[in-house]
Design a protein around this ligand. Structure first.
Ligand code: G4P
Length: 281
């Protein structure tokens, strides 16, 4: 499996992140609630080891609510502050402010001891591509928020978005590189659409998805496509092709078209809400 992140990009992204992290108190890390660990880059723990940490489990609208709860407990036990959100519809966003203040409690108290009052918490958003960083910043900051430069009239340098009197956000998110050397991680990232489809075999991806869904969510595929779930993935895909009228010339089933359709409906949540990675894995 190949991907667009080459060492040059990674080195540059990492260096940039190291610089930006020096400026902030809190790292707001977005993960995809359907694959909360595979959609992280664990290097962020080293890069941000002295910073307050908040994990936002985004796209919770597409994930299995019970498993989202379990993941939330998992991260909290590891010492992160956690909020589950759907950045697109703004669900869960209200809880964020409170968690930011909790996560930065020590820093705020330290400031107070030093006589510093009302200095806003500075935060930055990080995450691998496609987890919803831009959507989150737009939703959270909104259009009404003023951008604040360090000095008036200076456009160079960092831009901060003042969210309210307590929080400022760096306007550009930090892009982490996905870690997909592990085959399973690669598969999960491909399933949620984080790795470009052109470089993947859609048929194989679909078969892996069907197997996974039949194992963890028996009945979901049968309900959506009105087919009989069978252990033979090609036969199952054949049934789906037939139901959805995916045919080639000569009336052959068009497996690739059916595969693309299944993956598309999975990604958009039409088959159901699924979490395909479990905390114990
Ligand atoms: P990034 O900056 O981290 O790379 O991600 P970005 O915000 O561009 O979001 C990637 C895709 O994920 C977008 O879809 C966005 O709408 C979608 N998205 C973000 N947050 C959520 C969420 O909480 N739930 C759901 N279901 N989707 C979310 P897209 O297909 O690239 O664009 P569009 O369909 O919105 O036009």
């Amino acid at each position: 499996m190949q991907f667009h992140w080459y060492p040059g990009h990674m080195t540059k992204a990492k260096r940039q992140m190291q610089e930006d992290i020096k400026l902030i108190d809190l790292i707001i890390e977005l993960v995809d609630a359907r694959i909360p660990v595979s959609s992280r880059n664990p290097d962020i723990d080293e890069l941000g080891k002295h910073k307050a940490r908040l994990i936002l489990m985004n796209k919770a609208d597409l994930a299995d609510a019970k498993k989202t709860e379990a993941w939330s407990r998992y991260f909290k036990e590891k010492g992160y502050f956690v909020v589950c959100i759907d950045a697109r519809s703004k669900k869960g966003m209200k809880a964020i402010q409170n968690e930011i203040m909790e996560a930065c409690k020590e820093k705020i108290e330290r400031d107070l001891r030093r006589g510093i009052k009302n200095r806003p918490v500075r935060a930055m958003v990080v995450g691998i591509p496609n987890v919803g960083k831009s959507t989150f910043i737009n939703t959270y900051a909104g259009k009404a928020c003023a951008k604040t430069g360090n000095k008036p009239g200076v456009t160079k340098g960092k831009q901060w978005i003042r969210l309210n009197k307590n929080v400022e956000l760096l306007d550009t998110p930090g892009i982490l590189w996905p870690k997909f050397e592990d085959q399973k991680v690669g598969l999960f990232l491909a399933l949620i659409g984080s790795i470009k489809d052109e470089i993947l075999n859609t048929d194989e991806l679909c078969v892996a998805l069907l197997e996974l869904l039949m194992r963890d969510y028996p009945g979901a595929v049968a309900r959506r496509f009105e087919v009989e779930e069978t252990k033979e993935p090609a036969a199952l895909l054949g049934q789906i092709a037939q139901k959805r009228g995916c045919r080639k010339k000569g009336d052959e089933p068009d497996y690739s078209k059916a595969a693309a359709l299944v993956i598309d409906e999975f990604r958009s949540g039409k088959i159901g809400r699924f979490t395909i990675e479990l905390p114990e894995e």
